[in-house]
Design a protein around this ligand. Structure first.
Ligand code: IMP
Ligand code: MG
Length: 184
């Protein structure tokens, strides 16, 4: 599907600019899909969609992956101390799948301090999967506090609060087809 990013943006005076267009997102996801498909040629990975932010990315990425894979969902909420996540995550909804002995690919919308994913990785490791990899659409690596191994990265972005393509501001703006920045 194609979107007119500019006309969508112009309808909302609170959006400052388009950081990554819907076209750029879709091109990058095709590349990631090709890479992931060739890396998982010999297994059926479980793709773990971290709700809510990664729902749109996961839907498009899944269609760009040409090898068999399963999809599961995990809903977590991170506790925030001030503006940063503390990494203390509450599991709102756990996986249905048993990941023991399986190849797991975690799909995230954005990695900021790294605390949330670090916590999740530790939890998943206790379930003894065969492998765990991380795919994130966006990486604000300049903000990293805890190192996390990122296997697939859509875009490196500057230290700005972004919205759209699944990411929210106060639960809104998830439906934008592009990644945008709010007006200060
Ligand atoms: P971390 O634990 O600091 O890596 O937090 C990552 C989580 O914070 C992401 O999964 C998002 O839910 C949220 N987050 C971080 N930066 C942004 C942003 O720019 N826009 C929207 N959500 C964000
Ligand atoms: Mg998130």
């Amino acid at each position: 599907m194609q979107y007119d990013d500019n006309s969508i943006m112009q309808k909302d005076p609170l959006i400052d600019k388009i950081l990554i267009s819907s076209h750029e997102i879709s091109n990058r996801i095709s590349q990631l899909g090709t890479e992931i498909s060739s890396d998982y040629g010999n297994s059926v990975p479980i793709i773990v969609n971290i709700l809510k932010g990664a729902y749109m990315f996961t839907a498009d990425l899944s269609r760009a992956i040409t090898v068999h894979h399963e999809i599961d969902f995990m809903a977590i909420s991170s506790y925030h101390g001030g503006t940063e996540s503390t990494g203390v995550v509450k599991i709102e909804k756990d996986l249905k799948s048993n990941i023991t002995g399986r190849d797991v690919l975690i799909v995230e919308d954005i990695i900021d301090t790294g605390r949330t994913l670090d916590h999740l990785l530790e939890l998943f490791k206790t379930r003894n999967p065969r492998s765990i990899k991380i795919c994130t659409l966006l990486d604000k690596s300049c903000r990293r506090v805890v190192e996390v191994p990122v296997d697939y990265r859509g875009f490196e972005i500057p230290d700005e609060f972004v919205i759209g393509y699944g990411l929210d501001y106060d639960e809104k703006y998830r439906n934008l087809p592009f990644i945008g920045v709010m007006k200060p």
